[in-house]
Design a protein around this ligand. Structure first.
Ligand SMILES: Nc1ncnc2c1ncn2[C@@H]1O[C@H](COP(=O)(O)OP(=O)(O)OP(=O)(O)O)[C@@H](O)[C@H]1O
Length: 244
């Protein structure tokens, strides 16, 4: 199955703007066309992004988060233009990368999560409540005063997730967020990401069982969208391509 496929129960009303809309989008990184002529209209709450190494998945994730600029085409994320409305996009979208070190900035675990809330200028009690809830959600309460830079890789990944979710973002863009996690924490984090807590999710993953749990999937190959639609069908396309 290739091209754009309507998703049952996920299509917006005809006059509504889908959460993700790209028309003819290209992204060039140095000498590389990392994304080419990408056109998508997706309104599923959870979207898996799959494909081989170097196929453009991370570039797509970074584009959605406003971290790389489109060189061509029209991009709308939550109805926003990621170039002209970059500040608004950053406020409403949270990103989690596979390398959590890039996201940890403060000396202790609790301070690092609180740092994500700085723009909201919360009072002390509300700040404490939100931070505690995020730490609890990702199993970090016992580590709240620990040095954030001395955590294990998996604990750092959980901290990055707590820092993303504490902001209560509308869209979470997660790029292989379970890479460093043990089986129990990978399961727990996957469940948190997929649970409907009022956020949308775009999840870059090589874990096809996880991708299958999403509402829609996009398959990239060579910087292009190869297939989009129901995860089971898109995964079947991917597996058929891998078998060639
Ligand atoms: N900063 C960069 N400068 C130049 N080329 C880049 C840069 N980042 C990525 N690329 C290239 O862009 C293409 C897409 O890379 P991208 O990281 O989006 O792939 P990916 O599907 O996420 O891969 P993986 O599964 O290995 O993480 C690749 O050919 C890659 O080499």
């Amino acid at each position: 199955m290739t091209g754009r496929v309507p998703m049952p129960g996920s299509l917006p009303a005809p006059d509504a703007v889908p959460a993700l809309r790209l028309d003819g989008v290209g992204v060039r990184l140095g000498e590389v066309d990392a994304l080419r002529d990408v056109s998508l209209a997706l309104d599923a709450r959870t979207v898996a992004v799959i494909g081989e190494n170097g196929s453009g998945k991370s570039t797509f994730a970074r584009l959605l988060a406003g971290l790389v600029a489109p060189g061509a085409g029209v991009t709308r994320i939550l109805g926003l233009d990621p170039v002209r409305q970059a500040a608004e996009l950053r406020r409403r979208v949270a990103v989690v990368f596979s390398n959590p070190d890039a996201q940890i900035v403060m000396p202790t675990v609790a301070e690092d999560v609180a740092f994500s809330l700085r723009p909201e200028r919360l009072g002390r009690d509300e700040l404490r409540r939100r931070v505690d809830a995020a730490l609890e959600r990702f199993g970090l309460s016992a580590l709240r005063e620990r040095s954030s830079h001395d955590l294990s890789g998996g604990q750092k990944q959980l901290l990055a997730l707590a820092g993303a979710f504490v902001r209560e973002p509308e869209l979470v863009v997660a790029d292989e967020p379970t890479t460093y996690l043990d089986a129990r924490n990978a399961r727990r984090v996957s469940d948190h990401l997929l649970a409907d807590t009022g956020h949308r999710l775009v999840l870059v993953t090589h874990d096809l069982a996880l991708a299958e749990r999403c509402g829609a999937a996009v398959l990239f190959a060579g910087g292009r969208v190869e297939a989009v639609g129901r995860p089971a069908e898109v995964i079947a396309d991917y597996e058929a391509a891998l078998a060639c």
